[in-house]
Design a protein around this ligand. Structure first.
Ligand code: NAD
Length: 498
């Protein structure tokens, strides 16, 4: 069985201590063991990043960007290999893995604009012979902790931008599917990144706690579930670190009575069942305004759910692969059991799905509940599986109240032909990312990504302009060069232009 190492100071490091099994979720086989860094291994990465920082922060932004241009080319050249690695450990389909990578590459493209992004602000003659400017300086050694569900894209939200801003980075990817993340990091080294600027440390809670506690680590970016996001935010900020921690979600799609139903159903199929529902922007609740649209939705969507092509993610032409682990499969099935016990109407049941030839894979079929009410756990909790719940309400206002009362506020969307309803929804909904007839409104790389309420802890969203703010510190410099041979007398009043 292969061993997945760490990447420290430009080298693969086996590390000492514990390991965890990595599975191919389509077959259920354990395919590798990943090293779980102990504190000594983590310290090697911290030391490497710290040592690389002085030279890297002084490397011109244009030179840093040139490395990102080469990195983008390498990512594109290796697209198929990366997609295969993602699919083999995550289980998502090859097409979905390529889509994730392409969205990640957009963040590398944004980072290529480093010289423009980092220009700062300048004001000449703010007083006699005085000029002022604001510089965007790197924070130092920063770390990112990422989830299993986007092993390529979410790390690419973080380190390309952090690195072009002049920081050195330690990435702690998910221990469930670390191979594609490691492969991609090695491509950045191949692109010419100096040793120690990017380090990948595999591990679990112990490595994360080490990053939180290390005084050398000045900022933490986290993406994952809400309890861990909250933990990292509170422990990190307590120690004076800058923290952005993106958490879980329960994303609602509102179907208005005038929605284009065929398009809404296609959109819901992809958004609810794509990636087996393991997306933080997955739609898991369809809020139908009126029984008529709810009944029409059920009639149209049921045959499509029953026709989903489900199989080993590594094969092409499928709609859906397995869940990531046996534990994830059992958790999702447990929620379906609970939905039945709590009185929801199970319209399509994915619990007994068997994929011929992959009988031991971690599969659950597309599942649909109708008549779901807000007190049921299938409504309150993030299931993170291929389960869509229909909630019926009487008006747009009730739909919005329902969404605004939910603890999560990551993404949402509305399907309608009514501009007034769409405008009200965009204005009043308590959610960070909103789609109008767009089911997965994941912002492009030059707009930042982030939820509201318990979907994000911290002030700044991920990537884009907020990412630049997060990975830089502002320094305001005021400089005077007195005219030659002039002498100014001491002034004891507070300096002003009055
Ligand atoms: P997770 O919270 O279990 O793990 C995320 C990271 O935290 C991993 O690197 C993991 O090793 C680490 N971790 C796990 N337990 C820890 C602990 N007790 N202490 C310290 N670190 C710990 O999340 P996951 O299951 O990998 O990913 C799925 C979750 O991520 C879902 O809730 C999903 O909504 C969320 N997610 C959110 C976004 C977003 O942008 N808001 C994006 C992707 C995923």
């Amino acid at each position: 069985m292969s061993h997945i190492p760490h990447l420290i100071n430009g080298e693969r490091v086996a590390g000492t201590g514990r390991t965890a099994p990595v599975f191919n979720p389509s077959t259920g086989d354990s395919t590798a063991a990943v090293g779980l860094a102990d504190r000594a291994t983590l310290q090697l990465a911290i030391d490497a990043a710290k040592a690389a920082f002085p030279a890297w922060r002084n490397t011109p932004a244009a030179k840093r960007a040139q490395i990102m241009f080469r990195f983008k080319q390498l990512l594109e050249q290796n697209e198929n290999e990366i997609a295969a690695l993602i699919s083999a450990e995550h289980g998502k389909t090859i097409e979905d893995a390529i889509g994730e990578l392409k969205r990640g590459i957009e963040n590398v493209e944004f980072a290529c604009a480093a010289p423009e992004i980092l220009k700062g602000e300048y004001s000449r003659n703010v007083g006699p012979n005085i000029d002022a400017w604001t510089d965007l300086q790197p924070v130092g050694v920063v770390a990112g902790i990422t989830p299993f569900n986007f092993p390529a894209m979410v790390p690419l939200w973080m380190y390309p931008l952090a690195i072009v801003c002049g920081n050195c980075f330690i990435l702690k990817p998910s221990e469930r599917d670390p191979s594609s993340t490691l492969f991609i990091a090695e491509l950045l080294n191949q692109a010419g990144l100096p040793k120690g600027v990017l380090n990948v440390v595999n591990g679990d809670k112990d490595a994360v706690d080490g990053l939180i506690e290390a005084p050398e680590v000045k900022a933490l970016s986290f993406v994952g579930s809400t309890p861990i996001a909250e933990y990292i935010y509170s422990e990190g900020t307590k120690r004076g670190k800058r923290v952005q921690a993106l958490g879980g979600a329960k994303n609602h799609a509102v179907l208005m009575p005038d929605a284009d139903l065929d398009n809404a159903v296609s959109a819901l199929m992809g958004a609810a069942y794509g990636s087996c529902g393991e997306r933080c922007m997955a739609i898991s609740v369809a809020v139908c305004v009126g029984d008529q649209i709810a009944d029409a939705l059920v009639e149209k969507i049921v045959p499509q759910i029953q026709a989903l092509k489900i199989g080993a993610g590594t094969s092409c032409g499928l709609d859906m692969g397995p869940l990531v682990t046996a534990a994830a499969r059992d958790k999702v099935k447990g929620y379906i059991d609970a939905g039945v016990a709590q009185g929801a109407k199970l319209v399509v049941d994915g619990r007994d799905l068997v994929v011929p030839g992959n009988e031991n894979g971690f599969f659950v079929g597309g599942t649909l509940f109708d008549q779901v009410t807000p007190d049921m756990t299938i409504y309150t909790d993030e299931i993170f599986g291929p389960v869509l719940c229909i909630v019926r309400v009487g008006s747009l206002e009730q739909a919005m109240q329902l969404i605004n009362d939910h603890e999560y506020g990551n993404g949402t969307c509305i399907f309608t032909r009514d501009g007034e309803a769409a405008r009200l929804f965009c204005d009043e909904i308590e959610v960070g990312m909103v789609g109008v007839n767009v089911p997965l409104p994941v912002p492009v790389s030059y707009h930042s990504f982030g939820g509201w309420k318990r979907s994000l802890f911290g002030d700044l969203h991920a990537y884009g302009p907020d990412g630049v703010r997060f990975y830089t510190r502002k320094k305001a410099i005021t400089q005077r060069w007195p005219a030659r041979k002039s002498h100014e007398a001491a002034q004891f009043a507070f300096p002003s232009n009055g």
